[in-house]
Design a protein around this ligand. Sequence first.
Ligand code: FUB
Length: 339
Amino acid sequence: TQNNAGNDSAAHTANTSKYLSQPLVSHIYTADPSAHVFNGRIYVYPSHDTATGIPEDDLGSHFDMKDFHVLSMDSVGGKVTDHGVALDIKSIPWAKRQLWAPDAAFANGTYYLYFPVKDQQDVFRIGVATSNKPEGPFTPAATPIKGSYSIDPCVFKDDDGKFYMYFGGIWGGQLQRWNSNTYDSAKGNRNPEELAVLPRVAPLASDMGSFAAPVKELTITDEKGNLFKEKDNNKRFFEASWMHKYNGKYYFSYSTGDTHNLCYATGDSPYGPFTYKGVILNPVEGWTSHHSIVQKDGKWYLFYHDVQLSGKTYLRNVKVTELHYNPDGTIQTITAVTK
Ligand code: FUB
């Protein structure tokens, strides 16, 4: 348990959207925070970064995570509890290495933890684990979700009770190797003039451990309806899918990876199409950016990470700050500062 009430220190000035937030916890390194409100409490499902000595490369091999811890708090700014190890890679029968960004959902009286990890062939798949408590411990299923691939699952519950999984990440996340849901290890990164790789979506079946329909691409275009090319790398999808709904609109947000923006696109259905709208969070310290958006007690919050504690791109710390909408539904861009 960690008492760290120092987040969102309100050191921002109205209208500037410059926020100075402190790490939610500092006794472990955490990243990729997926936040949910369960039973009136905020639960954060982050990656657990550790230094295992794997050298840095373009595939992200240095992100060599081995377990998950779940964090929780009554409210933003309140005491943060670390519930300890919720799932260990050793207990996942099919997993080989690199436990990356997770998400969670509640259905059927059960909490589900979704996670990407490389299988014995070094191909990223998405697994599921269950618990009767939001903080775990979680028991993994014997095999990955059939038809799943790549990284960064986000599980979204729509108002009609249906669940959808959004996922994918290019480069080290291997999404460029998947075309028409078929794997080709020889497929490299796209050239600048090629259309950018699109994120994926699939509806979850009522068992929450399988897809109810084949995986589809999620269309994201500019305001004129044009798909982005790979060279539009300050706007095109890279990784870190998140879906939320605001005033009846679907907001799909994601990271642009090598240009480090967290941006968003809106649409009228969980399957899109989505129209690019702008940047939510300007680049933070560190190479990666990954987030979640959640409402609690009438306010909207952005959970995100940077590398304030370590200065190292693979040893990150999760943070939270308030998110504001304009009257027309657009999101005010946040610049997160560390000093
Ligand atoms: O934490 C490992 C990877 O880094 C995540 O899966 C990506 O979204 C990036 O944050």
